[in-house]
Design a protein around this ligand. Structure first.
Ligand code: CP
Ligand code: NVA
Length: 324
């Protein structure tokens, strides 16, 4: 029986049960297969979607745009300098206006409270396209990529390496707890998630789920199916780069680090954008800021571009299920 998600916002995966997240992933897989066969059911025909990004984006914005076009929706990008939340107009007022005109809002901002307030007053689904605390649509694509690779999600072993307190690490912990992933967070002590949050998530976890936090690469990587990277400084905290490099320089994912899994078939995932040695002029000139070595990023075990494509199929599933 399909579960009804119509009208729901996606602010964080914490608000969804495991069977609801499963439905989003299953729907994404179905929509991906349909697109491969040239089928476009246009489940969002006559729908109008607003998109507001207060931080830069390539994948998320492009994914929602292509997904909306595939399903027949009209997409309107509202530049933040026109909206000016809380300066020109209150969030509550903007939300109530957009809620009268649109059928869904894709929103990327800073504090989680802003996207929550938008959702509270808009009365239509609001999809959190990343905030300082969460990145739920990314984790749906990650879970789909894991399932495509291993044929299952439950019981897979995943090691996230980097800033263990950022939006991605937090959302991966939520996704792991809900979907039964054995997740290891490999991070230096200063960048580890709070034990209280880990406990809270595990109290509500499903079968197979684990969240282990470690600063020891050998312990965290052992036996992993997948290793996951993110940038060391998230958007908005660029001035912390030197501090993060000092904390994370021993955590760069190199071929030697990958060998700590003890397996040859471990895949490498990254939400992107990535700083790998040859990624940009800045990265080539400053290899110490790179979280991953090119030899890993460009290896046959890297699934980062499949993962990026899956952003679109999962964004489409979320829109179709909640606003279709
Ligand atoms: N992974 C991700 O969210 O990428 P963008 O910042 O380019 O949207
Ligand atoms: N943690 C990163 C994720 C980018 C997709 C950031 O917030 O910048």
């Amino acid at each position: 029986m399909p579960i009804h998600l119509n009208g729901r916002s996606l602010l964080t995966l914490r608000d969804f049960r495991a069977d609801e997240i499963q439905q989003m992933i299953d729907t994404a897989a179905d929509l991906k297969a349909a697109k491969r066969s040239g089928l476009f059911p246009r489940r969002l025909a006559q729908k109008n979607i607003a998109m507001i990004f207060l931080k830069p984006s390539c994948r998320t914005r492009a994914s929602f745009a292509v997904a909306a076009a595939d399903e027949g929706a009209n997409l309107e990008i509202l530049p933040p300098e026109d909206i000016r939340f809380g300066q020109k107009e209150s969030v509550k007022d903007i939300a109530r206006v957009l809620g009268r005109l649109f059928d869904g809002i894709v929103f990327r901002g800073f504090e989680h409270e802003l996207v929550s307030e938008l959702s509270r007053w808009a009365g239509i689904p609001v999809w959190n396209a990343l905030c300082d605390t969460y990145h739920p649509t990314q984790v749906l694509a990650d879970l789909l990529t894991i399932r495509e690779t291993f044929g299952r999600i439950r019981g897979t072993r995943l090691c996230y390496v980097g800033d263990g307190r950022n939006n991605l690490a937090t959302s991966l912990m939520i996704g792991a707890a809900k979907m039964g992933v054995d997740l290891r967070i490999l991070a230096p002590a200063k960048l580890q998630p709070s034990p209280a949050l880990v406990k809270e998530l595990l109290d509500d976890a499903s079968v197979g789920a684990a969240i282990r936090v470690s600063e020891d690469p050998a312990e965290a990587m052992a036996g992993c199916d997948a290793v996951y990277g993110d940038v060391w400084v998230s958007m908005g905290e660029e001035d912390l780069l030197a501090e993060r490099v000092a904390l994370l320089r021993d955590y760069k994912v190199t071929p030697d680090m990958m060998r700590l899994t003890g397996r040859a078939d471990t895949i490498y995932l990254h939400c992107l954008p990535a700083l790998h040695d040859l990624a940009t002029e800045f990265a080539s000139e400053n290899p110490e800021v790179c979280e991953v070595d090119d030899a890993v990023f460009e290896s046959p075990q890297s699934r980062v571009f499949e993962q990026a494509e899956n952003r679109m199929h999962t964004a489409k599933a979320v829109m179709v299920l909640t606003a279709g």
